[in-house]
Write a protein that binds this ligand. Sequence first.
Ligand code: HEM
Length: 567
Amino acid sequence: MGFLRSLQHNSYVEGVLTSLPVSLFSALILTCIITRIVTGMRSTIAQNQVDSVSKTPNRISYWIPWVGSALSFARDIEGTIRNGRDASGDGIISYRIGSSTYYVVNMPSLVQQIFAQKSATLSKQKVLEWFMKTAFDDKHATRDEHAAFHSHHTALNLMLKEDFINEATNKTARTVEREAARLITSAPQTTLEGKPLEPWEEAGKVAFNADGTFDANFYQLIVHYMGQIVIDMLWGKALIQNYPNLQSDMWDFDEGVHHMLTPLAKITVNGRRAIACRTRLTEAMHAWHEAVATTQHGEVPAKKWGALDDISQVMQDRVKVWVDSKASETLQKTNDVSVLWGVNVNSNKNVFWMLLQIYSRSELLSDIREEIAPYVGVSPAGERGPDGFPKLDIDVDGLCKHCPLLKASFYETMRINMSGLGIRQVIKDVALKESATDASQFGKKRPQSYTIPAGTTLVLANGTMQMDQRIFANPEEFMPERFIEEGSDARPKATMKNLHTFGGGLYKCKGRYFAEKEVLIFASSLLVMWDLAPTQGEEIAIPKMGYAGASRSPLKDIRVRLARRYN
Ligand code: HEM
């Protein structure tokens, strides 16, 4: 009683009792402390279940009720997951955000099991609908026009078929044979007054030096250069001809797409610019669709579209699908923009990072040049391309089958550069079990299993796993050899092992077979045709990477000096 009485006469306690704001504030602090203690105890209890066969995933403790871990996620999603993972050491941990529970997966064997589930158990549908609404402003068309969306999605399966892979690969290789030397188009020592720059040179702010070398912003140069070739190949040349700003809109949209996923999109400069770009992109993709549909209907589109006879089969088929399924304009144009973006955003950025990683290591550069020499080289017949530059000969089959170091460098680039989160809605309870190998690698007494309840969300922390010392030793180092092993014919072979940068399951990247060949074609031909050096200093400094989420862009572009190896 003496203690309570002394509290009553304490001036602070009196103040609390008499002042409403102070009372509320004190109540809040008290609630947070209690929440932290309770969630901390619960986390410790879960953590101590080291001997049990099945385990309740450790829910990472938090301070603010209901808000849960939302603020830490908003501040630094990768760092938050990394800290939770390290604190628990388990294959799965969980987070509370608002009224939802998120189960974050950190172990390779669990990832395999998740990819193997049917969509009736784990679904990406709702996430996709949210993404199409938030990033592409589809006004819920993906959700509401289920049948038409499904037809379009099925049409994309053509990308997995031999016909598409061969058509796309051959067209790309034949174009790159001519165009590798045209990454920068001036002939050496010529004055370029009056000669218009190519769009990719314009984007890369190419400057011509007196000694015949060129300075350029490498990121912009590479992504636009590849985009021109691949967009022309898939959608036909008339698309960019009629919408010359298509690529700058697409890359500016890409810079701002993160902002769109937050309420800040309409306020930030990047967000507002991305919204304007998105509007122009959807207009372009709708106009293109209308022109192609008109041709397919046997009529003649506006003259500016020309014959439209150079469009890939897969894009032709998608136009038919939109028309046959009576898709709304909004569904068609927003999904077409998403495909345009998806085709470019990962391959092109990976080639940029891969080239920088290789060029900045002289030993690796010469090893790769030696490895690819039998398959990519200047035309032995001395053929020349349109501007009189030497043409290349590319043997795609040999390049893809017999160049493990090049291929492993691509995988290693994706491991370091890509950081997407795979998100699945849990429709039915699902049981997942750690493998014995993973459990021992994570220092656990025994492999444990987890039951993830329906109504929650599973998150594959790809970026965090790719930088986990236990899964990839010395994760900060660029070590392509980690992906090379002995093949069945006793020759070295590159395999992706625990790298899942193409996703998995029903929604696994449909362009993956083409993408790998495409990246190897572009990277190898540029390595053969060009030397690269920094514009200042001795060494190429790899720029810092921007936002996490799929493939990252550099925080700041890098200016480099390019020199032709063949004239
Ligand atoms: C290095 C290059 C690439 C990487 C790393 C990559 C990665 C991905 C990833 C992670 C997804 C989502 C998968 C999921 O949700 O589980 C995806 C989807 C997709 N990608 Fe790629 N991609 C690349 C290049 C390409 C290319 C060149 C094309 C087309 C020519 C393409 C076409 C697609 C399509 C159509 C989808 C949607 C699949 C669906 O919704 O079912 N990708 N890609």
